[in-house]
Design a protein. Structure first.
Length: 183
């Protein structure tokens, strides 16, 4: 697995799956760029390279805080939920939380009514759990798990094949990918 996440026209955050027990400092920059090129371009040599400024082992962790609101204290973004980078949903989910909270605050300041603020937690939790489910699906789809059996590998490839061949599956996938961040 490899993922390129553009941060600016000149800077990317790149993810490269490695064995979880591999010390990240043992791979040279050249080895890392070679692996990224293989996985992202099929080994064409066209992946732009540069200085690797940071190496971090990112665990594929997930968490939803069930209590996202206490009176006038609201949790949003990474304070409320963490998703693995595989589905690229974390920032979108955080923005959706902020949008929901902003709508609730605006409504409260304009009308004095708390109904939207009081509904923040239930609305955010519903979306957070849908985002978690989609992220878990993407992680299992894109990552080879340590110790993955041959049958598990074939199941993962069959899921990918279904997305390529079925317009219904592709439509459902696109709806989840794009629509889950909406409040």
């Amino acid at each position: 697995f490899a993922l390129q996440s553009m941060r600016s026209p000149d800077v990317s955050r790149l993810y490269l799956q490695v064995p979880p027990d591999e010390p990240i400092h043992l791979r040279s920059d050249e080895e890392i760029w070679h692996e990224l090129d293989l996985r992202l371009t099929g080994g064409t040599g066209k992946l732009p390279t540069g200085t690797i400024t940071e190496r971090v082992l990112v665990g594929l962790r997930a968490h939803v805080e069930e209590h996202m609101q206490y009176r006038t204290l609201f949790l949003l973004g990474d304070a409320a939920h963490i998703v693995p980078p595989s589905a690229a949903k974390g920032l979108n989910m955080a923005v959706a939380d902020a949008r929901l909270l902003a709508e609730g605050l605006d409504h409260w300041y304009r009308s004095g009514r708390r109904d939207l603020l009081d509904g923040y937690q239930s609305r955010s939790l519903r979306r957070a759990w849908h985002g978690q489910e989609f992220s878990e699906f993407m992680t299992s789809l894109l990552h080879v798990s340590p110790g993955e059996s041959a049958a598990e590998g074939r199941m993962r490839r069959a899921r990918l094949d279904l997305l390529r061949r079925s317009s219904t599956a592709a439509t459902a996938f696109a709806e989840q990918y794009v629509g889950l961040s909406r409040p």
